[in-house]
Design a protein around this ligand. Structure first.
Ligand SMILES: Cc1cc2nc3c(=O)[nH]c(=O)nc-3n(C[C@H](O)[C@H](O)[C@H](O)COP(=O)(O)OP(=O)(O)OC[C@H]3O[C@@H](n4cnc5c(N)ncnc54)[C@H](O)[C@@H]3O)c2cc1C
Length: 408
């Protein structure tokens, strides 16, 4: 699907260059190409669709529910952005089986309240259920009287593999070019004041760069004197070959997130692969983009099996596969969406998705494209700026390994 260097027909200038063509970068290519067509170039370090970063696999949770207003305000627009890609491609990307936030009221009640209050403030409809209501609606659950559920009907799945490839195909359809196996080594100020982007395939110049390099963000932006404190972890997701698969199809079972003081667990109904899917949020070991184990962690598997045995036993079955995948998290787990003006590069737009961005990938792409083309965006991204304490104070205590408490 990538273009060859010959497809560029000797061109060395594109108005807009996107560095990194994972979830967010592919979104930026799609939205940029709507505005600037053949003046857009995407550069990707690995093969398109590779498994080294954060956006692989067939499914991610998409939901309107968050505990912070800055996300809930944006979540309806994530659905709208994906709808546009669906309309243009004729392909379904988002599925809405419904979404549940679950927790033991006596242990994480404050947290559930925060979700509820935030959705109320932002006019997101939801229902609050006790354990009986939950088991009536979804008999797959076997939970005790302390379990409480928040149900939001629009929660569900966005197909990540499909989203990435459609973003790129549609961008190419508007004339954008995408080179893969083409790592950017350096961004610099060109003599004519434009930007120069260096790759093994030679140098390119442009007016604006968007950096969406995931776990490699600092490799790219260090060349312009910038650094973002990020924690890269290797996370696990497991698919179970449940023999009760019929009870876990998207029309029968929602996505759910189960919070306990120890950890947050998320689970998805069957989609594209015939197994049920489950993972623990942000509990992986610290790694880097280039140095990781690729090895499933048996301890995490045991944890999710123990939890499921109690609360949703039919979800279980033989392990079909465990995949590893990278989270790239800022110390406060909030996104970074800003320019590198602080280093004298207001023409370089930088994004970090903080380990929960796939649902926003198309919207973030739109936001980044507006920042590149218009110099600003219509969406409220004031909570994602570079000058916040978590990114500027080296003594900031990271919130990321605290489970649900980090999201309070
Ligand atoms: C197991 C798991 C489950 C998740 N679940 C959810 C979920 O349910 N819902 C949700 O919303 N989010 C979820 N996320 C988070 C979400 O998937 C990520 O936040 C998002 O996909 C990150 O996208 P990205 O484009 O920033 O990173 P990536 O997809 O990693 O893309 C970065 C790209 O930049 C490229 N690159 C790096 N350096 C260079 C360079 N020098 N030159 C050129 N290219 C370069 C990389 O090769 C890569 O392709 C999950 C993540 C994981 C790992």
């Amino acid at each position: 699907m990538a273009n060859s260097i010959e497809d560029l027909e000797g061109r060395r200038h594109f108005d807009y260059i996107v560095i990194g063509c994972g979830g967010i970068g592919s979104g930026a290519l799609y939205w940029l190409a709507k505005r600037a067509g053949h003046n857009v170039l995407g550069l990707e370090k690995f093969d398109l669709g590779h498994y080294n970063g954060g956006s692989q696999d067939v499914s991610r949770i998409i939901r309107l529910s968050y505990t912070k207003d800055k996300y809930v305000r944006l979540t309806p627009h994530t659905f709208t952005a994906w709808e546009e890609v669906e309309r243009e491609s004729g392909m379904q990307l988002v599925y809405k089986p419904g979404g549940l936030m679950l927790g033991d009221r006596t242990k994480v009640g404050v947290y559930l309240d925060r979700y509820a209050e935030c959705m109320e403030r932002n006019n997101i409809p939801f229902e609050r259920w006790d354990n009986q209501q939950l088991m009536r609606r979804y008999p797959q659950f076997t939970v005790g009287p302390d379990m409480e559920a928040l149900y939001q009907k629009d929660g569900g799945i966005v197909d990540a593999a499909m989203g990435n490839s459609l973003h790129i195909q549609l961008a190419q359809g508007r004339g954008a070019k995408v080179l893969d196996n083409c790592p950017v080594n350096r961004i610099a100020r060109a003599q004519n004041g434009q930007l120069e982007v260096s790759t093994p395939a030679g140098n390119f110049t442009c007016k604006r760069v968007i950096v969406a390099a995931g776990a490699w963000i600092n490799h790219v932006i260090s060349s312009i004197g910038c650094h973002v404190p990020v924690y890269v972890t290797e996370e696990n997701v497991t698919y179970f070959g449940s023999p009760h698969v019929k009870e876990f199809t998207k029309d029968k079972f929602p996505i759910f997130m189960y919070s306990s003081p120890e950890r947050d667990i998320y689970a998805l109904p069957v989609h594209a692969i015939s197994g049920t899917k489950i993972g623990i949020d942000a509990r992986g070991y610290l790694v880097s983009g280039d140095k990781r184990t690729w090895t499933p962690d048996p301890h995490k598997l045991q944890i999710v099996q123990d939890v499921l045995k109690k609360m949703c036993p039919k979800f279980l079955g033989p392990v079909m596969q465990t995949k590893t995948c990278l989270y790239t998290m800022t110390p406060d787990r909030d996104f970074l969406v800003d320019t590198a003006a602080r280093a004298g590069f207001p023409d370089v737009v930088v994004c970090c998705g903080a380990g929960h961005a796939y649902k926003f990938a198309s919207l973030l792409g739109k936001i980044l494209s507006e920042m590149a083309v218009d110099g600003g965006t219509q969406y409220d991204i004031s909570g994602f700026s570079w000058d916040r304490e978590a990114l500027t104070n080296p003594d900031f205590k990271p919130l990321i390994f605290m489970g649900y408490k980090s999201k309070m």
